[in-house]
Structures are given as C-alpha cells and as structure tokens.
Design a protein around this ligand. Structure first.
Ligand code: ACO
Length: 326
C-alpha cells in the first residue's frame, strides 16, 4: 500500500523582515547575508502567532483544500523544535483542539530540519498497520523565539512558518515510495540550546544569557549539510534505480543556497531541479519542505506523477530523505 499527499499548504506570518531591516538592529548587511546564504528576508511571527496557532492554520488549509471533516482525521504528527511549552503539553494536542480533530491521536516529534521528512515516514509506517486512514503531518517552527538577536552569526539565518500535508492511502502506485532516516548524535552540540532542558534547567538565574538561545558551529553544520545532502540523494536514487533524468524535482531543506548549490554540483545534478525559496523565507526548519511544496504547487510546478526527492538535514544532527511520486 502506498500513501499519497492529498493536499499541502502553509501558514506564513505577515511580518516580513528584510536583510536591510535586520541590519538596523545587528552588525550585518544585505550584501553579507545574500552572498553567504542566499537569504533576502524572513517572516517573523507576532506574540499571537504561537507555534500551535501557525500549525493549526496550515492544517485548516489542507483540510479545506481536500474537503476533509476534521473529525475524520485519525492522527496529527507535528514536527517542531520550538513548541508552545517546553515539556508538556505537546503542541500537537493544542492543534488537535484548535482544528476540532477530536478523534485524532496527537504527538510531537523532534528532528529539527529533518522533522518533516521523518514525519512522512512515521505516518507511512503507521498507515501500513491499517488502523489510520487520514494523517496530518505538520512541520512548524517559531525560530524567532529561540534566536539570540544579538548574535549575527545565527539570527540572520532563520524565519517562522508552518506547513502541513494530509496523507491518505493512495489506491495506486503513486505516493511515498521510500525514505531514509539517519542521525549522527556525535555532532549533537554543533547546533543546540544549552539551557532550559532538564540537564541545565533555567529557573530565572543564568551566568551567560546566550545559553538561553540557539548556538551553532556554522562551519561544522555547513560541512555536514553538504556531505549528507549528497549521500542521501545518491542512496535514494540508487535504491530506487533512478537516474538524474528520472527525477523531476529535488526539494531540499531551505537552509542556505550555498549548501544546496554545492550538493547539486557534487552530484552533477542540474541546479534548476533543486527548488529554492529561502530567499524570501530563510531557514524555517521543519516547515521549510512543506512550505516549498506549497509554493511549487501555487506556481504550477508540482504535477501528479512527478518524481520528487526531499532531503532534510539539521540539528541532532539528523538527516533524511523521501522519494515521492506526486
Ligand atoms: N553579517 C556580517 N558578518 C558576519 C555575519 C553576519 N550576519 N555572520 C558572521 N559574520 C562574520 C564572522 O564574524 C566572520 O568574521 P571574521 O572573519 O572577522 O571573524 C566572517 O563573517 C566569516 O564567518 P564564518 O562563520 O566563517 O562564515 P561562513 O562563510 O562559514 O558562513 C554560515 C557562515 C552562513 C553560518 C555558514 O557557516 C552556514 O551556512 N552554515 C550552516 C548553517 C545552517 O544551515 N544551519 C542550520 C541547520 S538547520 C537546523 O537544524 C535548525
């Protein structure tokens, strides 16, 4: 049995912050950000646009698009590293309430920028049991809330958004064909938030305020990202006997245009087959792939029957890929 994407959509906060806007607050420039990352802007959520609100808005759009009654949703899998609450409840439970999906099981997963790709494969496995017919997979992040806005090496890179898909049994050979999910835990501290968890609880006093925010070894993450983009795409293509010509689109996690270009070059893959929209939205972590798919659909680039490879990579360090016949 294959599972297919019935509908995809996204929620993007209205507040657009350009590189020039950012350069008024931190020591950076449009020129530096564009030349090092390809990013031109990001959208930043307001206080009212909580993580669960954005995720629920994206979910409502896919339910409306696919004409699905929220009561028919069997499960909500929400991937996020920026939940409403740090320990409990899970944000997926709040989303369940916001969209009125009373019959759905709900849980969060945490695989950072690979989270949406992980969520797709988890949904596929659960649907194979025959117990679940309609599963919402949501990737949502409010990265702005964990960024140190005084650290120019990280705050320029990220944005906020939510993207969602509704999955159901496909009835034919289209849909999710194969996935690879991996992690390299030895690199865990290359991208992390030191304080606030149970290892370093935060109860109002802290030696170094920077520990409350995301810190990153940018060069280590960059090298990892290029290496695993190449290995995941190669392995997915080999396993599924796909040539470069067979692949219509690669939809990579939208972290940095240089990472994506370097991977395409190493694979001898035409750059035009790698969809990119990070110039407008920056790195939205788990939301970036469904957000990219949404834009591709709006632009008429996504068609049924196309062969699509997704590739996610990020904190954890995690990496993963899906092969989908759309
Ligand atoms: N504006 C201006 N100058 C800057 C900025 C900025 N925003 N940020 C850093 N610089 C400076 C540095 O201070 C340094 O100056 P120095 O030479 O005087 O010391 C110089 O620019 C070069 O800094 P590097 O860190 O060496 O720059 P690099 O070319 O490596 O680019 C970057 C940095 C863009 C962060 C790159 O390493 C990268 O993209 N890494 C991957 C990051 C990533 O994608 N992370 C997300 C993973 S997804 C997830 O899981 C959440």
């Amino acid at each position: 049995m294959k599972i297919k994407v019935e509908a995809v959509d996204a929620y993007i906060p209205k507040n657009r912050v350009s590189n020039q806007d950012l350069a008024k607050k931190v020591d950076t420039s449009d020129e530096w950000i564009r030349s090092h990352t390809g990013i031109g802007a990001r959208h930043i959520a307001s206080e009212e646009e909580t993580l669960s609100y954005m995720a629920a808005e994206a979910a409502k759009k896919v339910l409306a698009k696919s004409d699905t009654d929220p009561l028919d949703v069997d499960m909500i899998i929400l991937s996020t590293i920026t939940p409403d609450y740090s320990s409990t409840p899970s944000s997926s439970c709040i989303v369940q309430d916001l969209i009125g999906a009373k019959n759905a099981a709900a849980f969060d997963i945490k695989a950072a920028c690979s989270g949406f790709v992980y969520g797709m494969e988890i949904a596929r496995g659960l649907m194979m049991t025959g117990q679940y017919k309609k599963i919402l997979v949501i990737g949502a992040e409010k990265m702005s809330s964990v960024l140190n806005w005084e650290d120019r090496s990280t705050c320029v890179l990220f944005g906020d958004a939510a993207g969602a898909v509704l999955l159901s049994p496909s009835g034919d050979e289209s849909g999710l064909q194969d996935s690879i999910l991996r992690a390299e835990g030895q690199g865990a501290l290359a991208l992390y938030q030191k304080a606030g968890g149970t290892r370093n609880p935060f109860h109002g006093e802290i030696e170094d305020k920077a520990d409350l925010y995301l810190t990153m070894d940018g060069r280590a993450v960059y090298n990892f990202a290029v290496r695993v983009n190449v290995s995941i795409l190669k392995e997915l293509m080999e396993r599924n006997r796909l040539s470069i010509d067979d692949v219509d689109w690669v939809v990579p996690h939208q972290a940095n245009a240089r990472i994506i270009s370097a991977a395409a070059k190493r694979l001898n893959f035409p750059q035009e087959k790698f969809f990119m929209n990070l110039e407008e939205y920056a790195n939205t972590s788990a939301a970036s792939i469904p957000l990219a798919l949404t834009q591709m659909e709006r632009e008429g680039k996504l068609k049924r029957g196309q062969r699509i490879l997704t590739v996610g990579f990020g904190a954890g360090l995690t990496y993963a890929g899906n092969y989908i016949i759309w």
